[in-house]
Design a binder for this molecule. Structure first.
Ligand SMILES: NC(=O)c1ccc[n+]([C@@H]2O[C@H](COP(=O)([O-])OP(=O)(O)OC[C@H]3O[C@@H](n4cnc5c(N)ncnc54)[C@H](OP(=O)(O)O)[C@@H]3O)[C@@H](O)[C@H]2O)c1
Length: 245
């Protein structure tokens, strides 16, 4: 492909999404960084520009379908197209099932699962017209193995795996691939609240003996967007240090 490629990354204001946006940019890919906090996105965009990359910030709540459609349209306008979509935005609202509030169920499903559906809906017409595209959905080890205290989150993350497989089948004839990545425990704000004892117990269950880094997830995303991954679709790539096999 001769023209510069462009990516749309949700949840790019911090953690894994920020690492993905920065890795894309350092590989010459133009990046739209989206999340709800424009100030944090502006910082990421400035850092990318200072290192010679091209980036653009858009305020977006992924659970709002029309918001997502407008954000993708703005990104396509700015960079000419959207070649890669990374549905990375996510939240946790953990509690045991018996204590979980209906609202905490709904919010987690709306952001993590419906947000992913909204993103795929928004980019699909652009990618279908171009007859190419890569969609990467950031699921979780919790969606593969379950996790006590995460009924809402693990259901959303397992739902993303089903959504990945179905959309991979529907979009394959247009040369669009759809894959999921299921990270294990990664050092970000999402896991920073775990106390030292919980962290130590966790590490004891991880064959590679450590928590992962956001950069390790970003590298997997970049691989799935590369020519080398052109024949991979409908898959969930586990990046979890062996926690779940
Ligand atoms: N860290 C882990 O151990 C781990 C493990 C497995 C899977 N994951 C998944 O990896 C993804 C990234 O997690 P992380 O660890 O980087 O989390 P994080 O540090 O908490 O960052 C979450 C990102 O999502 C954005 N976000 C949240 N709600 C949003 C909404 N409604 N609309 C748009 N953006 C929204 C946040 O930005 P704003 O607050 O600015 O909106 C932020 O950029 C999530 O899907 C998470 O479930 C993480």
């Amino acid at each position: 492909m001769s023209e510069t490629q462009s990516a749309f990354v949700t949840g790019a204001s911090r953690g894994i999404g920020r690492a993905i946006a920065k890795l894309f940019a350092s590989n010459g890919i133009r990046v739209t960084c989206a999340s709800r906090t424009i100030e944090a996105l502006d910082e990421v965009v400035s850092e990318i520009r200072e290192s010679g990359g091209e980036a653009h910030a858009i305020r977006l709540d992924v659970s709002d379908m029309s918001d997502f459609a407008s954000a993708v349209a703005e990104s396509a306008d700015k960079f000419g197209s959207v070649d890669f979509l990374v549905n990375n935005a996510g939240i946790v609202k953990d509690n045991l099932l018996l204590r979980m509030k209906e609202n905490d169920w709904d919010t987690v499903i709306d952001i993590n699962l419906k947000g992913c559906f909204n993103g795929i809906k928004a980019v699909t017409p652009i990618m279908m017209k171009k007859r190419s595209g890569r969609i990467i959905n950031i699921s979780s080890v919790s969606g593969m193995m379950g996790n006590a205290g995460q009924a809402n989150y693990s259901a959303a993350k397992a739902g993303m795996i089903g959504l990945t497989k179905t959309t991979a089948r529907e979009l394959a004839s247009r040369s669009i691939t759809v894959n999921a990545i299921a990270p294990g425990y990664i050092a970000t704000d999402m896991t920073s609240d775990l106390n030292d004892q919980v962290k130590e117990d966790l590490i004891n269950h991880i064959p590679l003996g450590r928590i992962g880094t956001a950069d390790e997830i970003a590298e997997t995303v970049l691989f799935l967007c590369s020519a080398a991954a052109g024949y991979i679709t409908g898959q969930t790539i586990a990046v979890n240090g062996g926690l779940y096999m």
